[in-house]
Unconditional design. Structure first.
Ligand SMILES: [Zn+2]
Length: 165
């Protein structure tokens, strides 16, 4: 049995991570770059925590930060194994959100490649999981967590219905 559906250990990282994706400091390029690298690997971000809490309130249980497919290094933020649904919470900066995605002027080429690489990887992950019979749900960090949880909850419910028929 899982000890807790979500942990609050890293809640201290919430302050640091909030809004960092939208503020680009053109002067501190290499330091900013390092910080962004760290941010890219960070888990338990504020938007993830909010979504997980909203899912939990809907009575849904899930695994956190695990790879849906063994041997495939594509960890999803929230995983519903029995119905094969994987949820990714995508940061607006890192994944090039159409609304909030920014293209920094300093080191423009570096960031452009980085973001394009992430987007390609996302598309690739979607494809690989779909091929393995998974449904991938992508949530932007700017999305209302309640709306996203409702969307996911409906998908989970319909998968359960399909299974019991
Ligand atoms: Zn956004």
């Amino acid at each position: 049995m899982d000890s807790s559906p979500y942990s609050f250990q890293r809640i201290d990282s919430m302050n640091k991570s909030s809004n960092s994706s939208q503020n680009v400091n053109p002067s501190a390029s290499s330091k900013a770059a390092r910080n962004r690298m760290k941010a890219a690997r960070r888990r338990d971000t504020a938007p993830e925590m909010a979504l997980r809490a909203a899912l939990h309130r809907r009575g849904l249980r899930y695994r956190v930060d695990v790879s849906p497919i063994k041997g495939l290094r594509r960890r999803a933020d929230v995983v519903f194994r029995t119905v094969k649904v994987a949820v990714y919470v995508d940061g607006c900066f890192w994944h090039g959100c159409p609304i909030h995605g920014t293209w920094p002027k300093a080191n423009a080429e570096f960031w452009r490649q980085k973001i394009e690489h992430n987007k390609k990887r996302d598309a690739d992950t979607n494809r690989l999981l779909k091929e393995a019979g998974w449904e991938v749900v992508r949530v932007w960090e700017h999305e209302d967590p309640e709306d996203a949880a409702e969307r996911i909850s409906n998908i989970i419910r319909s998968k359960h219905d399909q299974k019991t028929v």
